[in-house]
Write a new protein. Structure first.
Length: 253
């Protein structure tokens, strides 16, 4: 059950295991880098391999067209991950990545029954919670930059690198647009346990925005408080990996 022989541009292995008990697929926040998960991949249990899903508009795929609709994005990611989904796996997504992980859970759990062991969503409103207004993706360039800076997920020093920001901001805006326009697509929820991680200090999607996740699974759902603000995946990795490891050990839940 090792890494598929034909690794695609969609998947970046962060931790390889010779004979893994399962795979954790990670989905970053809007404009996020695989480095978020690389930083704590070694903290995941020794028998779990870790992979990050790489979308167009970042890293080695910087010049590829970005998605502007959910359906083709979900279908293409599912096709790319299909070679890896016939063994035990779990999904972890933060913010925009949580939305994508939830969409993928529907397809993966139906196509590969019993193989999707758990869905982790963090800093991500539940599908029934309306998006806060005004929409960021409709802001002017200067206002959008200011809003991104105030969120805290982009290192402050990057805003002084104009050329780099001009490359990064279109990807951030396009994925924030997808996140903001996301709405319920699967009323019945998933047949997979959900662990929803939130921070009481998160001004974007805290407990009140995430408590509804219990209505979107036919299995168990728990809400777990993690220290830090919206980007606790970056600031408190030890808390996150501890939660992941504890839940992945309960593989027969």
């Amino acid at each position: 059950m090792g890494v598929a022989a034909t690794e695609s541009k969609w998947v970046l292995p962060l931790k390889k295991v010779a004979e893994p008990a399962g795979t954790l697929f990670c989905f970053p926040y809007a404009g996020g880098s695989p480095e978020t998960f690389r930083a704590w991949a070694d903290g995941i249990a020794d028998d779990i391999e870790v992979m990050c899903v790489v979308l167009p508009g970042r890293g080695r795929r910087l010049k590829e067209p970005r998605y502007d609709r959910w359906q083709p994005l979900v279908e293409d990611v599912f096709e790319a991950l299909s070679p890896y989904l016939n063994r035990r796996h779990a999904f972890y997504g933060h913010s925009f990545g949580g939305r994508l992980a939830y969409e993928l859970t529907h397809l993966a759990s139906a196509a590969y029954p019993g193989m999707t062991r758990r869905l982790f969503v963090s800093g991500c409103r539940s599908p029934d919670v309306p998006q806060k207004r005004p929409y960021m993706h409709r802001m002017t360039e200067s206002d959008f930059r200011g809003a991104v800076a105030s969120m805290g997920g982009t290192p402050a020093e990057l805003f002084d690198q104009e050329r780099l920001m001009r490359l990064l901001l279109p990807t951030i805006r396009s994925e924030i647009r997808l996140a903001e326009m996301w709405s319920p697509r699967h009323p019945s929820g998933v047949d997979v346990p959900i662990t929803a991680l939130y921070s009481r200090d998160d001004r974007i999607d805290g407990w009140s925005s995430m408590r509804g996740w219990r209505n979107f699974t036919r299995r168990t759902c728990e809400l777990v408080d993690v220290p830090g603000g919206h980007f606790f995946v970056d600031s408190h990795p030890d808390h996150v990996t501890r939660i992941i490891n504890t839940r992945l050990r309960n593989v027969d839940e």
